[in-house]
Design a protein around this ligand. Structure first.
Ligand SMILES: [Fe+2]
Ligand SMILES: [Fe+2]
Length: 268
């Protein structure tokens, strides 16, 4: 038996100025989207990636967040318009919000994120708790570590409850490897240098990845994709931004050998 997973991330639909945006960090996100990112991100890559994924018909699609720029309802509407054919294709899909999807505490933005989350996850209601999916010889722990943070931060936090959930899943007797997926990379090489945008509270999860108790972490957030893998394909894969770099990743797990194979493709 094999399991084929397609991953894409950080599509960052262009910022739309929403009511009250001038009062909080949405103004910063709007400027960032319209000044810094305008020419560098090609949002039509999402449409081409959707067609490519539908052609591939994988067993699962994973989208670890940053669908939008400032969390405005109109941004989520655009993201949904592009991703709808995929979400309604019958291919199981896991979407976890990124820091840009939960950018501020604005109520309308929060409601739009929850509506998008539900549609992307086959009707699942958003909650901060982690959950486990079992699919074709794999166990996939889905973690939610993004929450609104201050103007200068784009960090996340893994709660002690989520860490305990991962520990229980890793210790449970099972022949199926455990994958963890969420927005933020868990393996961090330079905690001080990366303190503005890293995940906090994930030390134990990182140790579980390094020891192989968690076979693989699948994440986004860093726009230039990379992987830190051993010869079995165990470790961490940061997908990279689809609209900035055209990053699309294809992961195959083979149950007989318990090995993961990663193939990357660039969407022009
Ligand atoms: Fe991002
Ligand atoms: Fe992010």
């Amino acid at each position: 038996m094999s399991c084929r997973i397609v991953l894409f991330s950080d599509i960052h639909e262009e910022a739309v100025f929403s009511p009250g945006a001038w009062k909080d960090k949405r103004i910063l996100g709007w400027l960032n989207s319209h000044v810094m990112r305008r020419k560098r991100y090609d949002r039509s890559r999402t449409d081409r990636a959707v067609r490519r994924i539908l052609e591939e018909k994988p067993d699962l699609v994973i989208f670890p967040g940053d669908a939008v720029s400032t969390g405005a309802p109109a941004e989520f509407e655009t993201a949904w318009r592009r991703l709808r054919p995929l979400a309604e294709s019958g291919i199981p899909m896991i979407f976890t919000p990124g820091n840009h999807d939960v950018y501020t505490r604005d109520r309308a933005c929060r409601a739009a994120m929850e509506d998008f989350y539900r549609k992307m996850n086959g009707g699942r209601v958003y909650g901060p708790e982690p959950y486990l999916v079992e699919l074709k010889g794999l166990r996939i722990a889905v973690v939610h570590c993004a929450k609104p943070v201050s103007w200068v931060m784009s960090s996340g936090r893994m709660t002690p409850d989520t860490a305990a959930f991962l520990r229980r899943a890793a210790d449970a007797p099972s022949s199926s490897p455990l994958i963890c997926t969420g927005h933020f990379p868990i393996l961090i090489d330079h905690p001080l240098r990366e303190s503005r945008r890293r995940i906090f509270g994930a030390g134990e999860a990182a140790a579980m990845i390094r020891s192989g108790k968690i076979a693989l972490s699948l994440c986004g957030h860093m726009h230039e994709g990379y992987e830190k893998l051993d010869e079995r394909g165990y470790g961490e894969i940061c997908v990279g931004s689809l609209t900035r770099y055209g990053s699309l990743a294809f992961l195959t797990y083979r149950d007989e050998s318990k090995i993961f194979e990663l193939k990357r493709e660039t969407i022009d």
